[in-house]
Design a protein around this ligand. Structure first.
Ligand SMILES: Cc1cc2nc3c(=O)[nH]c(=O)nc-3n(C[C@H](O)[C@H](O)[C@H](O)COP(=O)(O)OP(=O)(O)OC[C@H]3O[C@@H](n4cnc5c(N)ncnc54)[C@H](O)[C@@H]3O)c2cc1C
Length: 420
């Protein structure tokens, strides 16, 4: 196998495959290699539905080789080091690869060890997570008989920032249907200050929270899990400490550091684990001070190395890490690489920070948050064709979009490199 490629892509997830197929659709003669270790590719957005028993896990999975076009060389291996000065990528077992242009699309990694006790709690099934095993979440929901059901998220950036609350709403709906809502304290605790950053969406979600009588706690950062005692500990990071008082079971303690620690027993706990860029990126010259891939927010070009581009979850961008964001980032990366090849300059095509979060608020209900770097609500005008004129409100049609429309868009359009 040769070792030099015109374009080398690291990571064959949503961003890597869409970039490869889109590049090829523009120019069949490009010499592209995709470095991706995994035999299977997953449509992760449907894992929220899997966790609530509303979608089959099997349907989220496809074999990687079926998605990679024939003219792209698939190197089934891991990148372990990038040497951008030499245009080289070191792999785990294939040796050194060299490139003219490099695209970094490795996604992110789960770092459960950043919360004390979490690795053990996940390993022994005390805690469930749609980010790791959504089928197990569904098992836990079905076995839940009442008590404290806690849903939370870490202080690190995470992919699909809305996913931890979506499963809380689905669980609330499920408990209501199962008639155990009256003997359940459903708590949604976030280190953030609000339920969602986009105003009209936030207003709808606060009504949803009221409807389900969810105990919403902000400024709560999970710091420790005691799997044996089934207790979770939060650090309260806000000012209004009296808001912490939750139930009779809640214990407030003063840490020696002066931080307030809230101790809460749970009967079920769903958690998004802390997340980070893969180690070989965050510990390299390619990362920014925050440890994510340092790229220009609009051109997607690396800040120091002009023949390197990055996109997807690994990128240091001030917007939500989602597949929907990838959909709008790929055309920018592709156009800029093609322009660079043809003219030695990038184009003036720019990514505006678009991202979206399909906030499922119950079985058959959804709100669609779409926004950009400004944080303003920017609904897609095409929604009107589906007779949805106010996607900041709950709709049954949006649920169908989530369950049927978006998976179709993903497999048939995005994975085939079509701009949508
Ligand atoms: C529970 C959940 C719900 C979600 N809901 C939504 C949603 O509703 N809407 C939405 O738009 N998005 C959602 N997302 C997020 C979406 O799936 C991701 O943002 C998207 O997949 C990011 O694409 P990516 O290519 O950056 O990363 P990924 O798709 O994760 O792909 C990264 C790839 O890089 C590979 N890789 C990693 N390290 C290396 C290495 N060293 N060498 C070579 N290859 C490597 C991996 O094997 C992987 O295939 C959700 C995610 C989860 C987990």
């Amino acid at each position: 196998m040769k070792s030099h490629y015109q374009i080398l892509i690291i990571g064959g997830g949503t961003a890597g495959i869409m970039t490869a197929t889109s590049l090829l659709s523009k120019n069949k003669k490009l010499d592209i290699a995709l470095l991706e270790p995994s035999q299977k590719h997953f449509y992760q957005p449907a894992w929220t539905l899997v966790g609530a028993g509303a979608y089959s896990f099997k349907r989220t999975e496809k074999l990687t080789h079926k998605l990679i076009p024939r003219n792209v060389t698939w190197i089934q291996d891991y990148a372990i080091k990038v040497n951008p000065e030499q245009n080289m990528v070191e792999t785990k077992s294939t040796g050194i690869l060299t490139y003219d242009y490099l695209v970094i699309a490795t996604g992110l990694v789960m770092e459960p060890s950043l919360i004390e006790g979490l690795p053990e709690a996940l390993a022994n099934g005390t805690v469930c997570s749609n980010y790791i095993n959504p089928e197990y979440t569904w098992e836990v929901l079905q076995n839940f008989k009442g008590g404290n059901a806690i849903f939370t998220q870490p202080t690190t950036p995470i992919k699909c920032g809305g996913a931890p609350q979506k499963i809380a709403y689905l669980a609330a709906d499920y408990f209501k249907r199962k008639k155990i809502a009256s003997r359940t304290n459903l708590i949604f605790a976030t280190p953030g200050s609000v339920i969602f950053g986009v105003k009209p969406i936030r207003e709808t979600l606060m009504h949803v929270i009221d409807r389900y009588q969810i105990l919403f706690r902000h400024h709560w950062a999970p710091v420790k899990i005691d799997a044996k005692q089934k207790k979770v500990f939060f650090k309260y990071t806000g000012e209004e400490e009296n808001e912490c008082i939750l139930t009779k079971d809640t214990t407030l303690q003063e840490e020696s550091s002066g931080n307030t620690i809230i101790e809460l027993p749970f009967d079920m706990l769903h958690l998004a684990p802390p997340q980070a860029a893969p180690k070989f990126i965050r510990e390299s010259v390619l990362s920014s001070s925050s440890g994510w891939l340092a790229i220009d927010h609009h051109s997607m070009q690396h800040k120091k190395f002009s023949n390197i581009f990055g996109l997807g979850d690994v990128a240091d961008l001030p917007t939500a890490k989602t597949g929907a964001a990838v959909r709008k980032q790929v055309p920018v990366v592709v156009t800029n690489i093609l322009h660079l090849i043809a003219t030695e300059k990038i184009s003036d095509k720019k990514y505006n920070g678009y991202s979206s979060c399909p906030l499922v608020t119950g079985y058959n209900k959804m709100v669609l948050a779409e926004f950009d770097y400004t944080g303003n609500f920017t609904p897609d005008p095409k929604l009107k064709q589906l007779l949805i004129f106010n996607s900041d409100k709950e709709h049954r049609r949006l649920w169908f979009l989530k369950k049927y429309g978006l998976p179709y868009l993903y497999w048939k359009k995005m994975m085939r490199g079509k701009e949508v």
